[in-house]
Design a protein around this ligand. Structure first.
Ligand code: F3S
Length: 646
């Protein structure tokens, strides 16, 4: 049988036989895991509870990369805890300053044809080197680290046929923005985008990473490129040729859908506020005055990205009303750029070089001013993502970002350069600087290592099993497209509270509905009602844990993002869909509801919701697998995993 790339990797990792029919439940072994400092503590608190002496993956890495602002004891407490966990349980630890998880992982750990699960939605970046990669919540990563197979619905596989070649000044960012323009933020649900065709040959691994990274913005299960000669060259340049494995789709492989992008027809694009699918050409975009330009993040801070930005800026100055903040994605690339004098060019132009970290991408430092306009090379532009609630975020390529920093309005590179064709000659190095000294290797035997828990490390809250009858009030009625950022904000202040659920729960929905926490506490047991695409955005499981901690037993919505649904199930919060979305109008804030025979309803995957306040009733459906139902019946994933390991 002819298989595409995704099917080949799935076949090699199935733990139960499957016909790989779209929508069928499949179980896959995970070869690798990654976590980062913001999501990690919950994952490892859960892993500790499993009482397994050592991770059961081929390679697990804990990255300290997101929050490196040590403004008080909280983040250093987390980092010391994570370092002791890595030592005890056999993980690699990437120290602060080594680089952003996805960029480092593809360069130094990833292996084509393997699977990886990470507690970050952009783990899909590893598709750039031909890995099948998934973002998930920390509880799922704990499960993967325990060596248990991960459950998925067999995705539909979309062939993205790339033809032609990008023109100078047009970039990989424009390829994924074009995909977002076509598919929208929900268009990737249940899909793996497999990029093939002659156009892939001109895209180097970091460019491919930009594309697979932002597949997450379409809600895609994953995105992947073949492990071909381009990837082989990357591995050689990383002095890892021995880890390279060629893996290509079979000739004439079948796909569920097909789309073609002619790279030569693309123009520089921008995602306008406040969704990554609000895509326009630079020429069509509003001529707003720009206050901040941020070049960085896992999406677009590779060697070639920064070098091209420096070429646009060379010999020019950043506009006096613009702050240009720039952070390189890894220490490896920073050293390379230093040696070539590129960092000096950037400083000469007026760039502020900040730490090698996620930082500004997720609102940890470098917030724009009130109502400010920030032009960014990162991947998300939800309100509040930058740390300033009313800032307007535009997402662009590094070349457009650099040109914009010079003029103070959205500008293409060709409009500030005499010869834009020189950008096309920038290539990744033939050999990178190799220095893994900021990576702490696992111990052979960590049994005697003591786990260090500072005061910021609080126990993981555990949910109860569901009762036969659920009586609750509606503590929140939300609209469409509620993001995990709306539920649990993600800036410096909140990131350092993630290990301390009682504290961070005080801020649940604080930007969306300042009364929610007080109301939920008074109600004691409540449900949340929402619209379409509830829980979109990052894989942040705190968006499930904090409502659970405040007594939320169920979330009743029109539709829901995949990772968030998993996180709710993992923490024993029941995700219910309106059978008829119009019933959203028949339930309001404060209404008292009753669901009888809940246990039976879970098993049948349908419930009747009585709205006692309004005197009406309507049906809810549970779009859940049998395994997910069993997890909910246990009260959450932790109790379920323990029952499987017993
Ligand atoms: Fe970090 Fe932003 Fe990427 S938070 S992992 S740089 S999406």
């Amino acid at each position: 049988m002819k298989n595409n790339l995704t099917q080949k990797i799935i076949l090699a990792h199935l733990t139960k036989a499957s016909e790989m029919k779209v929508g069928e439940e499949i179980y896959l072994k995970m070869d690798q895991t990654l976590t980062h400092d913001i999501t990690a503590v919950m994952a490892y608190l859960a892993f500790e509870k499993l009482e397994i002496p050592r991770v059961r993956t081929q390679c697990s890495v804990s990255y300290l990369d997101h929050n490196l602002l040590y403004v008080d004891h909280k983040t250093p407490d987390d980092h010391i805890y994570l370092q002791s966990i890595a030592k005890k349980y056999g993980l690699y630890l990437s120290r602060p300053g080594n680089g952003i998880c996805h960029s480092v992982h593809s360069a130094r750990f990833g292996i084509p044809g393997k699977t990886i699960m990470g507690s970050d939605s952009h783990t899909t970046s590893a598709g750039s080197i031909g890995m099948l990669s998934f973002g998930a919540g920390g509880m799922d990563v704990a499960r993967a680290m325990a060596g248990l197979p991960m459950r998925f619905q067999m995705p539909s596989i979309v062939k993205v046929n790339l033809i032609g070649k990008l023109n100078p000044g047009v970039t990989a960012k424009d390829v994924i923005l074009e995909m977002l323009r076509r598919y929208g933020v929900k268009g990737g649900l249940g899909k793996v985008f497999e990029y093939v065709g002659e156009g892939t040959q001109s895209l180097e691994v970091p460019e491919r990473l930009t594309i697979t990274n932002m597949g997450a913005e379409m809600g895609a299960t994953s995105s992947i490129f073949p492990a071909d000669d381009v990837v082989r060259r990357f591995f050689k340049a990383q002095n890892r040729e021995k880890d390279f494995v060629e893996i290509l789709p079979d000739q004439d492989a079948q796909y569920d859908e097909e789309v073609t992008i002619d790279l030569s027809q693309l123009q520089p694009l921008v995602a306008c506020p406040s969704q990554p699918d609000q895509v326009k050409t630079i020429a069509e975009a509003p001529k707003v005055k720009v206050h901040q330009v941020y070049i960085g993040s896992c999406t677009n801070a590779s060697y070639a990205d920064i070098k091209k930005a420096a070429m646009v800026l060379k010999g020019k100055k950043v506009h006096e009303d613009v702050q240009l903040t720039l952070s390189v994605s890894t220490r490896q690339i920073f050293k390379q750029l230093l040696r070539e004098g590129i960092i000096e060019d950037l400083i000469d132009a007026g760039a502020r070089i900040t730490e090698i970290a996620c930082g500004a991408c997720t609102g940890i430092g470098q917030a724009p001013p009130t109502k400010g306009v920030s032009v960014r090379t990162s991947n998300r532009n939800f309100p509040g993502r930058s740390g300033t609630a009313d800032a307007q975020l535009y997402l662009v390529s590094p070349e457009v970002a650099a040109a914009t920093a010079i003029t103070g309005v959205l500008t293409e590179a060709k409009d500030v350069m005499e010869d834009v064709s020189i950008l096309a000659r920038v290539k990744e190095p033939l050999s990178y600087v190799i220095d893994d000294s900021m990576m702490i290797k696992p111990l052979e035997d960590g049994r005697d290592v003591e786990i260090i828990r500072g005061p910021n490390i609080k126990p993981l809250p555990i949910n109860d099993s569901p009762t036969h009858t659920l009586r609750a009030k509606v503590s929140l009625k939300a609209e469409d497209n509620i993001s995990t950022d709306d539920i649990t904000p993600a800036n410096a202040q909140f990131s350092s509270m993630r290990s301390n659920i009682p504290l961070i729960a005080e801020y649940a929905y604080s930007r969306y509905d300042a009364q929610f926490v007080q109301r939920a506490k008074e109600m004691k047991t409540s449900i949340i009602v929402g619209g379409e695409n509830y829980g979109q955005g990052s894989s942040r499981e705190h968006a499930a844990i904090t409502p659970m901690f405040l007594g939320v037993k169920a979330v009743l919505v029109k539709s829901m993002a995949r990772i968030h649904k998993n996180n709710l199930v993992n923490h024993g919060v029941i995700p219910i869909l309106f059978e008829n979305p119009a019933d959203y109008e028949h339930i309001d804030l404060g209404d008292e509801i009753e669901i009888k025979d809940l246990i039976e309803g879970l098993k049948k995957k349908e419930v009747t919701i009585f709205n006692q306040t309004k005197g009406n009733s309507f049906n809810g459906v549970l779009d859940l697998s049998d395994a997910e139902v069993n997890i909910l019946l246990c009260g959450g994933q932790l109790a379920y995993i323990k029952s499987q390991l017993a």
